[in-house]
Design a protein around this ligand. Structure first.
Ligand code: SAH
Length: 356
């Protein structure tokens, strides 16, 4: 067992089973043994690759969409340019490079990164060398100013709870311990008021997930945008409505068992965009769009062609592959989705629609 596995097994033996949310929080963020706090997680040497790590085009196009909103909203100065869960800082670096020639944008931007891992804060500082950056522990510490925020694969790292419906109520998936190590089990059935709305579209035996932290975070972002203006673009993998078991562990670019190596594998779950949309009060929320469609609307094909003119051989192959990975339905194009949150009297950012 990993050192964190030993710690959790001892805790469970003393106090009883823990929820998946508690397990996930410890595995990802334990100060000494957590995944994000201790490991070089990104890129080919790490365990997984995110869209900004695949190609600079992702951050460039989304950054320009944000900047267009800033212009449409009268170029507020100062404004907060924020990113929760910035990973290596690549997305923010690409946004800043793409917006460098927009008059007044950099001068007005107050860059804020929301990151809990000290180790990743150091990596982000190196990537964003030369920029004035403030780090915060949580969204609610952001200053009161127009907020232009982007989050990619942030919500999928927030801890989830999982439940199986049965005839008497919901049984929570929990982690216990036996001689073989950590094991999954089910609590006794109980009514769960947060899941009342799922009684209509599920049957006994079905699994649903909730992410208790996601709604409050979204609510805070929406509050700031409704009070001060701005926009938030949220990109993640998942769909409209959580259904089934989406809790997964990835290590060395491969899917592994969720209980196998606590603290040494990345743990994520699909993001429930319906939940995020419902939590965003007093603002408009765009229609849900796939990452592929969003990037196409923002002009990724033209941008890819332009970048390709300077490339040959292996670099060109890899660039073509990156375009495909970001947009193709068999790759990230449809699994990843996005919404934008913006003030009620404003149009949605470029790339997004708003039918309601
Ligand atoms: N957005 C980046 C990285 C995504 S990985 C990219 O696209 O490449 C998830 C990031 O969220 C990591 O930086 C991790 O440390 C951070 N994170 C996870 N939970 C967090 C929390 N509760 N608060 C702030 N940051 C968190």
């Amino acid at each position: 067992m990993t050192p964190l596995g030993e710690i959790l097994a001892r805790r469970i033996a003393q106090n009883g089973p823990i929820s998946i949310a508690e397990y996930m929080a410890e595995c990802l963020m334990h100060p000494q043994h957590g995944y994000y706090t201790t490991r070089p997680v990104f890129g080919s040497a790490g365990d997984f690759t995110t869209a900004p790590e695949i190609s600079q085009m992702f951050g460039e196009l989304l950054g320009l969409s944000l900047a267009q909103c800033w212009i449409d909203q009268g170029q507020p100065d100062p404004f907060v340019l924020a990113e929760p869960g910035p990973g290596r800082g690549t997305l923010m670096a690409d946004i800043l490079r793409a917006t460098a020639n927009i008059p007044g944008f950099h001068a007005a931007a107050r860059i804020h990164l929301i990151e809990v891992s000290d180790r990743l804060r150091e990596v982000q500082a190196a990537t964003l060398h030369g920029h004035d950056v403030t780090w915060l522990d949580s969204i609610n510490a952001l200053p009161d100013a127009p907020l232009f925020l982007i989050a990619n694969e942030f919500f999928d790292a927030l801890p989830i709870r999982q439940f199986t419906r049965d005839r008497q109520g919901w049984r929570e998936h929990q982690i216990g311990v036996n001689n073989a190590g950590l094991v999954l089990g089910l609590s006794a059935p109980a009514p769960i008021s947060m899941l009342d709305h799922r009684l209509n579209d599920t049957n006994p035996g079905d699994i649903v997930e909730i992410c208790p932290a996601a709604g409050p975070v979204m609510d805070e972002i929406a509050d700031k945008i409704s009070a001060n203006g701005g926009v938030a673009i949220i990109v993640d993998y998942g769909g409209w409505h959580s259904f089934g078991d989406t809790f997964q562990a990835v290590q060395n670019h491969k899917q592994v068992g969720v209980l196998g190596n606590p603290g040494q594998a990345d743990l994520t779950a699909h993001v429930d965009f319906e939940n995020l949309t419902k939590a965003a009060q007093a603002v408009s929320v765009s229609d849900l769009v796939t990452q592929g469609a969003l990037l196409e609307r923002l002009g990724i094909t033209r941008r890819a062609q332009l970048l390709a003119t300077n490339l040959t051989e292996a670099a060109l192959e890899s660039h073509i592959g990156a375009h495909r990975r970001l947009t193709h339905p068999d790759e990230m194009g449809t699994l990843f989705k996005a919404i934008a949150v913006f003030p009620i009297n404003q149009p949605p950012p470029p790339g997004f629609t708003h039918d309601a």
